[in-house]
Design a protein around this ligand. Structure first.
Ligand code: FMN
Length: 213
């Protein structure tokens, strides 16, 4: 049973905005961070394949390098935690076997009982659908869940596509591990000076965006 009322949820989603100025002195407490990290891990993905790795940057020197590769956006250095959501560049039969083994182990069932599921994934993979772009789309699901979770917890966030992905990959040594940057998100607490916090939300009306049939 949720303790969050529908009204409170909407209030928190209105409270959230793409934070431009973070208060450098405020850090996300450990318990709050643990819940945020769980939200990343619990993100659903197509087939459950989890074709990602989330790189959490708190080191000041690394943040400074990433800022230089991110259009010099101050959020990167001034936030508490800067998350780089990275997509697995290649998905092959090993990834499918790994998921099947993990499912069998975590659910206490046999690998053989998952043959149909494995066959379905292999068919999808052999058609060439499991591209880096496909993995990156899954990362955006994690980004959406991350931002919503942070809003509910009263943590500020700035989603970020304004960076040079090749440079970010280089700084974090991602390509060597088989990953590349899909999108980023700076997390922390807004500075009192951030005038963007007081701007009205710009959204099209329900009627324009939602169609009920
Ligand atoms: C995928 C994505 C990438 C974005 N990249 C940046 C960015 O690089 N820098 C920035 O300041 N805002 C960035 N934004 C913030 C958007 O401009 C902002 O979310 C949008 O204008 C709506 O405003 P709101 O989030 O304050 O409601 C990004 C948002 C998304 C969803």
């Amino acid at each position: 049973m949720s303790t969050l009322t529908p009204i409170d949820l909407t209030k928190q989603l209105q409270w959230r905005y793409a934070t431009k100025v973070f208060d450098q002195s405020k850090k996300i407490p450990a318990q709050t961070w643990t819940a945020i990290e769980q939200s990343l891990i619990l993100t659903p993905s197509s087939f459950g394949l989890q074709p990602w790795k989330f790189v959490v940057v708190t080191n000041d020197a690394v943040k400074a390098k990433l800022r230089a590769a991110s259009w010099n956006q101050s959020q990167v250095t001034d936030c508490s935690h800067h998350v780089v959501l990275t997509a697995k560049r290649e998905l092959n039969s090993n990834d499918i076997t790994r998921l099947i083994a993990s499912t069998a182990q975590q659910r206490g069932i046999t690998v053989e009982s998952l043959a149909a599921y494995q066959g379905m994934m292999s068919g999808f993979q052999s058609k060439g659908y499991m591209t880096t772009e496909w993995a990156a789309k899954q990362c955006y699901i994690a980004l959406g869940q991350l931002m919503a979770v942070c809003a509910v917890l009263g943590v500020d966030a700035c989603p970020m596509e304004g960076f040079d992905p090749v440079q970010v990959d280089e700084i974090l040594g991602l390509r060597a591990e088989g990953y590349s940057t899909a999108v980023c998100c700076s997390l922390g607490y807004r500075a009192a000076s951030d005038k963007y916090a007081h701007l009205a939300k710009v959204r099209y009306s329900n009627g324009e965006v939602v169609r009920h049939v």
